[in-house]
Write a protein that binds this ligand. Structure first.
Ligand code: DX5
Ligand code: ZN
Length: 226
């Protein structure tokens, strides 16, 4: 199996020292296993979700200060209008919510044209079936395993059926789509997600709640690799 990707979410980091918090998982000294593959940035607008976090100016500064690929998870209304700006700024991957997008395939094309990878995210209650035929337009499929909005919630194992269905489609269609999972991923839950076929694991509280975030990254990757 390919190496599992670990994407710490800075939602659980100290926002007064974001640069240092990213460096704690992205620093190039020390054991490479402690290094994050991507850093996951949760953009929330207090409309699509009840919480408010940060937007493009902060993402721009983070992009200027680190080489680690930035994975932007846009939990915002009207992503058709706002998503391409994150790609133009240099985000590695930009994910929009199917529930918020007017034309998600058009957004994906805009993101790719701006040089980023394109992601589609589904809330726990959103069916995958309506998006299976358009899966080829995306580079990542982000399956939410909690209701989006807050860190530290409990993993919802029932969403793993969507992971399995997506992986079947990826295999039969020979698609280049990574399946990513977000919400409640920790030492107790990551193995079942890995067994279902998840390629990339977002973890907020499990990384930034740990005494040593780098060690937490290494431990999660080892558990996911089985
Ligand atoms: C929640 C965010 C997640 C959040 C996950 O809406 O999308 O990325 O940071 O936090 P944990 O890993 O603590 O569930
Ligand atoms: Zn997220």
């Amino acid at each position: 199996a390919p190496r599992p990707l670990i994407a710490p979410s800075i939602l659980s980091a100290d926002f007064a020292r974001l640069g240092a918090e990213i460096e704690a998982v992205a620093g190039t000294s020390g054991d490479p296993e402690t290094r994050a593959d991507w850093v996951h940035v949760d953009v929330m607008d207090a409309h699509f979700v009840p919480n408010l976090t940060l937007g493009l100016p902060v993402v721009q500064s983070l992009l200027d200060s680190t080489d680690v690929p930035i994975d932007c998870h846009l939990m915002i209304e009207n992503p058709d209008r706002w998503a391409p700006g994150y790609a133009e700024a240099g985000a590695y991957n930009v994910t929009v919510h199917a529930e918020a997008a007017t034309d998600p395939v058009k957004i994906a094309k805009d993101l790719r044209a701006a040089g980023a990878k394109a992601g589609l995210s589904l809330k726990p209650g959103t069916r995958l079936d309506d998006h299976l035929d358009s899966l080829k337009h995306y580079d990542t499929l982000l399956i939410m395993s909690v209701e989006p909005g807050f860190g530290g919630q409990s993993f919802m194992p029932e969403v793993l059926d969507k992971v399995r269905a997506a992986k079947r489609m990826v295999r039969t269609g020979h698609l280049n789509v990574l399946v990513e999972i977000d919400g409640g991923i920790n030492a107790d839950t990551i193995e079942q997600a890995a067994e279902a076929g998840v390629d990339c694991f977002v973890a907020g509280s499990a990384v930034y709640g740990a005494d040593d975030p780098g060690r937490a990254v290494a431990a999660l990757r080892a558990s996911a690799a089985g």
